[in-house]
Design a protein around this ligand. Structure first.
Ligand SMILES: O=C(O)[C@H]1O[C@H](OP(=O)(O)OP(=O)(O)OC[C@H]2O[C@@H](n3ccc(=O)[nH]c3=O)[C@H](O)[C@@H]2O)[C@H](O)[C@@H](O)[C@H]1O
Length: 439
């Protein structure tokens, strides 16, 4: 059990220090005045307590700004104990014949929460793991956790960089699969906080793979890569065979690094690894840092939105992909994943290594996205058109999905207008101004 947080320590010390004195007040006065050194000592201890209290106290309301993300990840968390282990076991218990037992990292995230619920509903055992960092509104993550609780998915509050915690989870449950979705997302934020991308997408991934390679039996791993790995690739639609060695953002570079790292663990340790290149996933319970989400918020607030355009007024477009299609792709990747071949960290034979595009194969200009939102919200947007900034955004994405169709039976079925209708319906309910969630 790892529960020794510095806050716990302070609490126990201060509780002892401020034990109420049962002596009559005049005796106290007499005693203190008669001993100046003691008074000095107590004054010093009191001041030290005040300092420690303010230094280690969490802020009264955590700032929901991206800049708080790194600070949040160093906080101590508590896990372990008999009750905790029972919850972990119960959440991961398989309830259908031939069901999987899946550890879902990033379970309180957008894709993670949808995938966890879908797995649980079909009878798989699911345990969630999430560090609840404050890159975006933690209230939204907590609301997703409530949904997960309701369907019986326990989300452990912990970080993929915590090897002890990961080993403990595998001690308690011999997971057959890992659905690795914990990551530092967002293309533009990499300019502000580069180290958070290295910590989650590189160091965290390696830490997870280190644990997975050593456990017995090794799980099969499906994980989220990104369409951004195509970077400056101009040949469309993007095929898995295309070049991915020219990333345009640090985010993309860390996802590309993840693909190379995955290959290494597959090659040396026999881990079965499937990377899924997601194309701009959107939908209900989505991420507030994404354009469709904050455009909706700003249009409703009457705030100006910025639409990027390419050189010579060319359009910027995305292959927006609806969350339910992505969830089907993830489940299918898990179902078709072959077993890892290693044991005791050593490879016993060649293991499966796959990479798939999961997109919609139908790019839509950002301007069109905005006009659909205007129609659905019945509000005219205040628009400003600016050149695409050189901070990592690429002008165009378009997935070739023939490989995923062949191997996973992946067939996206929701067009942008249908998907945005579902998103807007959710948004207006979740952020109903009469409810406390309203911004
Ligand atoms: O496929 C991915 O792998 C990635 O998808 C997503 O990135 P993007 O496709 O860049 O989505 P998003 O930011 O919503 O911008 C959408 C469009 O709006 C344009 N855009 C953006 C902001 C703005 O103010 N104006 C604007 O025109 C912008 O130029 C762009 O054309 C995920 O965030 C990322 O984590 C990763 O998963």
């Amino acid at each position: 059990m790892t529960t020794l947080s510095h806050i716990d320590n302070i609490a126990s010390i201060t509780a002892g220090k401020f034990k109420p004195d049962k002596s009559p007040p005049y005796i106290n006065r007499l005693r203190y005045h008669s001993s100046l050194p003691k008074l000095t000592l107590w004054s010093f201890l009191f001041l030290a307590f005040i300092f420690l209290f303010f230094f280690f106290s969490p802020p009264s309301s955590p700032p929901p700004t991206p800049s708080a993300a790194t600070r949040h990840t160093v906080r101590n968390i508590s896990w372990g104990g008999a009750v905790w282990e029972r919850r972990v076991r119960s959440s991961a218990r398989v309830r259908s014949r031939a069901g999987l037992s899946v550890l879902v990292t990033g379970a309180a995230g957008f894709v993670g929460s949808h995938v966890s619920i879908a797995l649980k509903r079909r009878g798989d055992g699911v345990l969630g793991l999430d560090n609840f960092n404050s890159y975006y509104d933690t209230g939204l993550k907590m609301s997703r956790k409530v949904l997960l609780d309701r369907v019986g998915v326990f989300v452990v509050d912990g970080d993929i960089n915590d090897a002890d915690l990961l080993r403990k989870l595998f001690d308690v449950v011999p997971f057959t699969h890992v659905m690795h979705l914990a990551a530092q997302a967002g293309v533009r934020y990499a300019m502000q906080n580069p180290s958070s991308y290295i910590r989650s997408n590189v160091a965290g991934f390696v830490n997870l793979l280190e644990v997975c390679k050593s456990v017995n039996p090794q799980p099969s791993i499906v994980w989220a890569s990104s369409s951004s790995v195509y970077g400056l690739n101009s040949k469309v639609p993007f095929s898995e065979k295309d070049r991915t060695d020219r990333p345009a953002s640090l985010y993309a570079a860390t996802k590309k690094a993840g693909e190379a790292i995955a290959h290494t663990y597959n090659h040396i340790h026999g881990l079965s690894l499937t990377g899924l290149r997601f194309f701009t996933v959107y939908g209900p319970w989505g991420r507030p840092d994404m354009a469709y989400f904050f455009f909706t918020r700003d249009i409703l607030k009457g705030k100006q939105i910025t639409i990027f355009e390419g050189p010579d007024h060319t359009t910027v477009a995305r292959d927006f992909t609806y969350i339910d299609d992505i969830v089907r792709g993830c489940l299918s990747a898990l179902d078709t994943a072959k077993k890892s071949t290693g044991s005791g960290g050593k490879k016993k034979g060649a293991a499966q290594f796959r990479i798939f595009n999961l997109g919609n194969t139908s790019p839509v200009p950002v301007g069109k996205l905005v006009s659909i939102l205007e129609k659905l919200l019945k509000v005219k947007a205040k628009k400003k058109v600016l050149p695409l900034p050189s901070n990592g955004d690429v002008q165009f994405t378009h997935a070739n999905i023939s490989l995923a169709r062949k191997e996973l039976g992946y067939k996206p079925s929701i067009d942008l207008e249908t998907g945005l209708k579902k998103f807007v319906k959710w948004y207006l309910t979740y952020y109903d101004p009469k409810k406390k969630n309203a911004w």
